[in-house]
Design a binder for this molecule. Sequence first.
Ligand code: HAM
Length: 414
Amino acid sequence: MASKFQAPRGTFDILPEAARERARLESAAAEIFARAGYEPIATPAFEDTALFERGVGQSTDIVRKEMFTFEDKGERSLTLRPEGTASICRAYLEHGMHKLAQPVKLSYLGPFFRHERPQAGRYRQFHQLGIECIGTDSPLADAEVIMLLSDLLGELGVPGVELRLGSLGSFEARRAYLEDLKAHLHANEADLSKDVRERIDINPLRAFDADDEGTRGVMASAPTIVERLEGEDAEHFAEVRRLLDAAGIAYIVDTSLVRGLDYYTRTIFSFVCDQLGAQSEIGGGGRYDGLVEQLGGPATPAVGFAAGIERILLALDEEVPAPGRDAFVAVADPGQRERAMALAVELRHAGLSAEVDLAGRNLKSQFKHADRVGARRVLILEADGSAKLRDMQTGEQRDADPGNLVDEMTGGGS
Ligand code: HAM
């Protein structure tokens, strides 16, 4: 009977079958990150609200509309983390990681929360995996993080992926550009959507994301920052591109690429997947050279990405088969249950997967159940202390040496 309780809107349960696919993805990512020297870090699921206001940016949709913010009993404002980068920079400073050899290379994985309108690929609690490379402005670091996400998607076999690359320039270049962009938007205000018009001075870059025809027309003739990059910003971007070319990573330069967070400088990128419909971005990131300083630390360049685990799984749409069991210890007589449990424990200690019946089934039902859980062999303990071993694939059954059951099972004979 269904309970009247359901998982909250925009959230979901991860049932064992889905958990298996996730485990495969997570271990592939952990291995790829570890091989490149990125070490795991975990931060709390909630932080002081001010961290995100300051880090992610007051003008972003995330801070303006999407945060799950609450007051604790001490009247402190806390927020369920909508993203990981601000938290990791907070931890980097709090634990003095800026005093370690730089860059500090970190990887993470976990749940994040945004109060968005739920749809396929967009949830209110979702999961990201990501890396942050903090403490270097070398274009090698930009190329490395992009390559690692490319490697991960390649190794998992995600189809139809395209990498879009852009650059926002340094903060100063960006500021000058934003003034010109605002002027362009103000000059064409009449053709803009209401939403874009109201935010010209707050977040003009978002106009590139609009899908109404009027705004799109205005944006087609808008100045883009990529074509105006100069000096070190232009060199940096050229070097990132050269490194990606040399590594054989295909990308398109997208002059209208924008991201929903305020902290980006210079390189930004987005991996999109044509299997995903409207929520097509599977992962993205970029450089955020001002964020650590913004949070009160020393000037510290950094770059990283996060990918949506649910979106990767949606794009893969595959099933990982159930693992089965090496052994099921059945009892022909209820008096043997304790012995069966002790034997299963011994088998588990010897490294095998082993189950016993926990539901009081008769022998016939125990066989059925052993089959259901995918047991490869069933040990049957008889009332007189003797034992039999059945191979579930061939159906062959033979007597087993009751004094040596663990050896019989680990020795591989059946
Ligand atoms: P983001 O683009 O906001 O970046 O999110 C990264 C990824 O998380 C997206 O590409 C998407 O796959 C997934 N995602 C975001 N929102 C949702 C949602 N509501 N439901 C399902 N999946 C979602 C960041 O969060 C940055 N912290 C990335 C970064 C790391 N930049 C530098 N370092």
